[in-house]
Design a protein around this ligand. Structure first.
Ligand SMILES: [Zn+2]
Length: 274
């Protein structure tokens, strides 16, 4: 069963010691493709090289949490990189871009400016986008109403049913991962269970958003207990989606792979056996 991790940050320093082994474990667990979203301009070439080295897909973009330290000129760096790698079949989206209205102290106006500018670059490149949503679904939707794009994935979706519906009506897929494995995540589980079957895609967001079985509370973390999420967890995370939807694992793999390829069409070529 081919699983697709539509969102994993394998370039993160948490994987410096064992990146290759982490991806080998994912392969052994049946994860055939991962999508690496870049978070800042300085990482673009590194993410691209890593994707080529490990046989993964990648996206280029400036993350809303990195906008504070990004230079305005980084938007030009992004435009140049998208043009330079236009014919690279592993470049599947513009991302990770979006808005974070949860983390205190961020410059909202600057985030919005970078978000809109990057939506325009996605449109210009004819690529879908990968969106970061945190308390910001309405702001993201406002941008999508202004800038007509090729759609994509709202990753680790955490908005309301109404907001989810608005993304779905615009042709977007929504990403589900570790958060869905917690019983208390009622709203996310309800969405995962009830959205049209053409909507959910799977992701780990590794090394972040550990599923319930890897979760460590603040006290445990202070004692040095480990809680790194990795792509090899995806099939187990998928079991939660299968249970919530009443799907077999085979159906879950096939459906979510089809949804991921519909959202990021360049994935299709990467999924075909060589
Ligand atoms: Zn991310």
């Amino acid at each position: 069963m081919p699983w697709i991790d539509t969102h994993c940050h394998l370039d993160a320093p948490e994987f410096d010691a064992d990146r290759e082994a982490v991806w080998q474990r994912a392969r052994a667990a049946g994860v055939t493709v991962g999508v690496l979203p870049a978070v800042q301009a300085a990482h673009f070439e590194g993410v691209r090289e890593l994707a080529h080295r490990l046989g993964l897909a990648y996206a280029l973009g400036i993350h809303p949490l990195c906008v504070g330290t990004a230079a305005d000129a980084d938007l030009e760096v992004l435009r140049d990189a998208l043009a330079r790698h236009r014919d690279d079949s592993r470049l599947v989206a513009v991302g990770e871009i979006g808005l974070d209205w949860f983390v205190p102290g961020l410059d909202r106006a600057r985030q919005e400016r970078f978000y809109i500018a990057q939506l325009k670059l996605a449109r210009e490149a004819g690529l879908p986008a990968i969106l970061h949503v945190r308390r910001s679904a309405d702001g993201l939707l406002a941008g999508l109403r202004r800038i007509e794009t090729a759609g994509g994935i709202a990753h680790a979706f955490n908005g309301s049913a109404q907001q989810a519906q608005a993304f779905v009506e615009r042709g977007w897929r929504l990403g589900f991962g570790g958060a869905m494995t917690f019983e208390r995540a009622r709203q996310i589980r309800e969405l995962a269970a009830t959205l049209p079957e053409t909507v959910p895609v799977l992701e780990t967001d590794a090394p972040d958003i550990p599923p319930q079985w890897l979760y460590r509370n603040a006290e445990q973390r202070a004692r040095g207990e480990f809680a790194r999420n990795e792509p090899a967890e995806l099939p187990r995370i998928a079991q939660t989606l299968a249970q919530l939807r009443g799907w077999s694992l085979e159906q879950t793999a096939a459906r979510t792979a089809a949804n991921a390829s519909a959202a990021l069409p360049r994935l299709r070529a990467l999924l075909e056996p060589a």
